[in-house]
Design a protein around this ligand. Structure first.
Ligand SMILES: Nc1nc2c(ncn2[C@@H]2O[C@H](COP(=O)(O)OP(=O)(O)OP(=O)(O)O)[C@@H](O)[C@H]2O)c(=O)[nH]1
Length: 396
């Protein structure tokens, strides 16, 4: 495994930054992100509505009391019967928000409840408003419209749909009961407050999306930092610090499940000569090629490759017996030979070669990973002394 996550994270980082700085996403993200955003948003909005619903309901009760005190006695009963339907809509929306399994339907149920609440307020206003109390009804309708847009927590399109469909429903009902509509005053109240509400919810929706993108960006940056702290800069493999963590984790796991754990230590042959002859930059390039070659044989998700230091590499294979580890060592020697990186000053080959020490063990209580590594390191130097370009299995 090479820590290629960095490439994916860099791409992700670029994508989000671009989106954050573009003005295109105002109220809609690209398809996949929009889907994720909605999922996240609906859950959060439903959770917030559990508190907001109570506040809206209290405001509704306070307003009702205010209206009740100011209305002429002849209108109180009619108004009370009709207006209590608005309260019922708020209440139903709030009750639904208490059930987490309905969160994914937050947009739908709030849209329906708000649309009905506006339609009822609309009809009450048109039918009951007359004389001195008229202004009271219209003020209450404006209040309801602004609440729907600004406080419920719907996205721009849903709130707009709820606001205008509520008005349309109100008009249809008013026509149905054949009651005249005073369009002039209605435009000054309902239409005006609808546009006011739309600009409010537009700004909120946009800001919410911006915060969401910023949150994603922070998460990607945190992940990038984490990967960087685990990565060897030159080769892109895991670094020594990360190796120590993984080795301990895999050792403990293998001990718990009593499964074999194999490790391999790899050292480039005559690398000092290579560096001295071709220079440090060529040496770096050679190490990168070898790292890529080594990463090729660690194909399983549990396989782990790290740069142990200098021109030494470390491979870890969970649940791997000695015989399988030997096969891997043979494959690795082939891979490096196939790379055919010219080595003008090697006394054993025309190209760069490696030596390998390896072993597999089922860790037991009282054994330490550091001793296991030491034995494999000794096997590696045995491979060197036996002529290089080969492997030696350590006796555990
Ligand atoms: N270019 C480059 N060279 C490195 C790096 N890290 C270590 N080296 C060099 O690797 C060489 C290691 O040399 P030695 O440990 O003497 O081993 P060797 O020459 O490979 O000899 P054998 O291991 O016995 O085959 C040294 O010259 C180090 O300077 C690196 O990051 N880049």
């Amino acid at each position: 495994m090479k820590l290629n996550d960095t490439d994916v994270l860099t791409l992700e980082h670029e994508k989000i930054t671009k989106l954050l700085h573009s003005r295109k996403y105002f109220l809609r993200f690209p398809h996949k992100l929009e889907k994720e955003y909605r999922y996240h948003y609906q859950n959060e909005a439903a959770r917030e509505f559990r508190t907001r619903g109570v506040i809206i309901f209290l405001l509704y009760v306070l307003l009702s009391l205010g209206i009740y005190q100011l209305l002429p006695a002849s209108q109180v009963w009619n108004w009370f019967v009709l207006y209590s339907w608005v309260g019922s809509c708020v209440f139903v929306g709030w009750v639904l928000s208490l059930f987490k399994r309905f969160s994914q339907w937050f947009d739908v149920y709030t849209c329906v409840c708000c649309s009905l609440a506006i339609a009822i307020t609309f009809v009450i206003t048109v039918v009951l408003a007359s004389g001195e109390s008229s202004i009271l009804y219209h003020a209450a309708m404006m209040y309801a419209v602004v609440i729907v847009y600004g406080f419920v927590g719907m996205r721009f399109y849903t709130a707009t749909l709820a606001g205008w469909s509520g008005g349309l429903l109100g008009i249809l009902v008013t026509h149905y009961i054949k009651h005249p509509i005073d369009w002039t005053i209605l435009h000054r109240t309902y239409t005006f407050s609808s546009f006011l509400g739309m600009s409010l919810v537009f700004a909120t929706d946009h800001r919410h999306r911006q915060n969401y993108l910023q949150g994603l960006l922070n998460a990607v940056q945190a992940k990038q930092l984490e990967v960087l702290s685990h990565q060897d800069v030159l080769t892109g493999l895991a670094n020594r610090r990360y190796l120590d963590m993984v080795m301990q984790r895999e050792w403990d796991r293998a001990m718990r499940h009593q499964t074999p754990l194999a490790i391999m230590m790899v050292d480039v042959d005559f690398f000092k000569n290579y560096n001295d002859h071709l220079g440090h930059i060529e040496g770096d390039y050679c190490l990168k090629l070898i790292a890529d070659g080594i990463a090729k044989i660690a194909t399983r998700s549990d396989d782990f490759v790290a740069r142990y230091g200098g021109e030494e590499f470390f491979l870890l294979f969970a649940m791997t017996e000695e015989a399988q580890a030997i096969l891997q060592a043979k494959r690795l020697l082939e891979v490096i030979n196939d790379l055919a990186i010219p080595h003008p000053v090697s006394t054993i080959s025309k190209s760069v070669t490696i030596s390998i020490g390896l072993a597999s063990t089922v860790p037991q209580m009282g054994q330490r990973p550091v001793d296991f590594i030491k034995k494999v390191d000794q096997a590696l130097y045995k491979a060197k002394s036996q002529g290089r370009n080969g492997f030696v299995v350590a006796e555990i």
